[in-house]
Design a protein around this ligand. Structure first.
Ligand code: GLA
Ligand code: ZN
Length: 669
């Protein structure tokens, strides 16, 4: 069943209003709401006094209009009576200062007292709602994250290290604590990487980032265990933060959930730009689908202008619906808009919902109501249909953490580098799967692993297996530099991949922002490629068995190889030794996709996004117009338009500004 709905806070509005809200929801085609994820102080107003009556009444009003319920566990915003119990409940930031009450997410994820109170409220909610006919599942907490540097975390970290290394000798060896006289003789001497300690040992810092991530995974698991035991009929998920969030290993966090859900905002007050680059949301959707290699939910889909202190650009007419379809086009099986009605009070007064502050419907509500009517027609065809891709990009949270500790170059950003490559594929209408370094790569023809900095042997072996089976692998600078303890490997770079790449990094240059180096393609098939340049980082390569694809033309390494390609059996490995500019990645994307025989589904003009979902042999085609102009697209086959149910389409179709077409092929493959 496809779920379509909103995030709703009945506790913010008079009870007399609830029925009207539920009616407007039903009229918009909604069949689900998420409730209660910030309502701890309403559900447990005083310690041990639980009150679910108001929530029961809200749920029964909703249920009477055919709306089902996802309940959020409320641990992201604890009540004042709980936080007043002990200063230790509060998270300590990197600079050693403790958070104070007044926002949310202020708790320490390892505090035993916080665990106790979490367990109690979750068990109470689970017990109360286990058999409720309108409740279908759970969202744990809200957007888990934030690293805590408190003394409790310090001792949990020490215990975590003890489990990881077994002995201090081992830890001292792996971290290289002989440097600056850091050899530890007792576990409790090991500090946290507080900013007051200056630049920490990279091994310690990476392990702390791993530990902080594990802390949330464990805190979530504690809640999962309670819910699994008490509510076996319900699903359990969490609302993730897309590609952007970088402090939790999302592959780990997703592992024991039934599916991933996430929060999708494309115009926010923090990024005030007239134009929206749809590639960012596309990458986020693909990442969310990749965490479990399955379809996902959007638990919070933008419903209007966002804003805390300032107000974002208003979503243009059609954008809200377009963005929701974009999520569906990438594998979403549910969309809930955040939020139903714009709050009149609290930090998020300007984070607009589908209804205005005064409770009236808006242009936004009408737009989504139209979508609701469409979903009634098409959602059953869409739900469960899968996205298939023959191209993958490897996302390594460990490498991402390592670059947070040592940036390598002030212009370098792992997520931006990753995105730049993703974008060149996405612009060619290529669907990309985002995978973990040890995921099965056999479904793919092309795998790009950007800056795989921390490279465990198992990951290197996995990539090698892919290449030996005939795949095309692309790696970029700073790959294979670090071992798992975040020490530099004792080998020629790219370390464990040097042999597979058939090339070695002879030396490297780190460039200032104003300097670039022109590249010259030496392969005949790339001779007519537009000029491309090297930026940020230049690996000077010395091929051992690879052929040269491009050379630097400037500086003391003019004429030296910058990009190489190595044939390994039926497979190939490209080493792209620089961060490059957009034309470089566009040229490479065109060439690589062509050489593995991956064709765009449909050739579409810029600003048009095309994706497919499949059910058995039946194809659904999504054509999304992210521009202000009407666009013309030439189809390859014969289709029916599922949204307007018109006569079969063939040849050229027009897509209106910010509009979407959902087409189904009339003759299955
Ligand atoms: C996040 C949260 C929501 C809300 C919105 C808007 O995604 O999950 O609770 O705060 O942002 O700020
Ligand atoms: Zn802590």
């Amino acid at each position: 069943m496809f779920y379509f709905g909103a995030d709703y806070y009945p506790e913010h509005w008079p009870e007399e209003r609830w029925d009207r809200d539920a009616r407007l929801m039903a009229e918009a085609g909604f069949n689900v709401v998420r409730l209660a994820e910030f309502a701890w102080s309403k559900m447990e107003p005083r310690e041990g006094q639980y009150d679910f009556q108001w929530l029961d009444r809200a749920i029964s009003v909703l249920a009477s209009h055919g709306i089902q319920v996802v309940l959020g566990t409320p641990s992201a915003s604890p009540p004042p009576w709980l936080m007043a119990k002990s200063a230790e409940l509060f998270l300590v930031r990197e600079d050693g200062r403790r958070a104070t009450f007044g926002n949310r997410r202020e708790y320490c994820p390892n505090n035993p007292l916080y665990h106790d109170y979490t367990r109690r409220i979750v068990a109470q909610m689970a017990g109360h709602y286990a058999d409720h006919p309108a409740v279908i599942g759970w969202q744990i907490d809200n957007e888990l994250g934030g690293r805590c540097y408190c003394p409790i975390c310090a001792s949990s970290f020490q215990a975590w290290l003890q489990r990881r290394y077994g002995s201090l000798d081992e830890l001292n060896e792996r971290w290289g604590t002989v440097f600056w006289s850091h050899a530890y003789t007792d576990w409790d001497q090991i500090p946290l990487p507080l900013t007051t300690g200056g630049s920490p040992n990279p091994g310690l810092a990476l392990d702390f980032h791993r530990f902080a991530s594990d802390s949330y995974v464990a805190y979530q698991q504690m809640q999962i265990d309670i819910l699994r035991q008490k509510c076996p009929g319900h699903f359990i998920t969490h609302n993730f933060m897309g590609f952007r969030y970088d402090q939790i290993n999302y592959f780990d966090l997703a592992q024991n959930l039934d599916f991933v859900a996430w929060d999708n905002y494309q115009r926010t007050e923090w990024g005030m730009r007239a134009e929206v680059d749809p590639g960012h949301a596309a990458l986020a959707q693909d990442t969310m689908r990749g965490l479990k290699h399955q379809n996902f939910w959007v638990m919070e889909q933008q419903a209007g202008q966002s804003g805390w202190g300032t107000v974002s650009v208003a979503p243009r007419p059609g954008e809200l619906r377009l963005w929701a379809y974009q999520a569906i086009a990438h594998g979403a099986d549910a969309i809930l808009f955040f939020r139903w009605r714009t709050a009149r009070f609290g930090t998020e007064e300007y984070w607009h919902g589908l209804l205005d502050h005064d409770g009236n419907t808006s242009r936004r509500y009408q737009e989504i109501k139209r979508m609701g009517a469409e979903m009634r027609e098409v959602s059953e065809r869409i739900c469960g249909a899968t996205v298939k891709s023959s191209v993958a990009m490897v996302l390594s949270y460990e490498s991402r953490f390592a670059f947070q500790i040592q940036q390598n170059n002030p212009q370098f950003s792992y997520p931006s580098h990753f995105y730049q490559i993703y974008r060149s594929l996405h612009q060619r209408q290529t669907l990309v799967d985002i995978v973990a370094p040890t995921d099965d790569l056999s479904p793919y023809r092309l795998v790009v692993a950007p800056a795989l900095h921390v490279l465990p042997k198992v990951a290197a072996d996995n990539l090698e297996r892919f290449v030996r089976a005939g795949g095309l692998l692309v790696v970029t600078p700073r790959t294979g530099v670090k071992d798992e303890a975040n020490s530099v490997v004792n080998r020629r770079l790219p370390g464990l991949l040097a042999e597979l790449c058939g090339t070695e990094v002879e030396e490297y240059d780190s460039l200032p922002a104003e300097v670039s180096n022109q590249l010259k393609f030496t392969l005949p098939e790339l001779a007519s490629a537009p000029p491309a340049s090297a930026r940020v980082w230049c690996d000077v390569l010395r091929p051992t068995s690879a052929t040269v694809v491009a050379r630097y033309t400037q500086d003391y390494y003019a004429g030296k190889p910058a990009i190489t390609r190595n044939q390994v059996g039926r497979g190939q490995v490209m080493y792209v030794g620089t961060m490059g500019d957009a034309p470089l990645y566009q040229t490479l994307a065109r060439w690589l996709l062509h050489s593995v025989g991956v064709q765009p589904v449909v050739n579409a003009p810029e600003g048009i996004e095309v994706t497919e979902r499949w059910r058995q042999n039946s194809q659904l085609l999504f054509l999304l117009n992210h521009t202000e102009q009407e666009q013309e697209i030439a189809l390859n086959g014969r289709y029916v338009d599922l949204l307007d149910g018109s006569a079969p389409l063939e040849g050229t179709v027009l897509v209106a500004p910010w509009d979407v077409l959902v087409l189904m092929e009339t003759r299955p493959h």
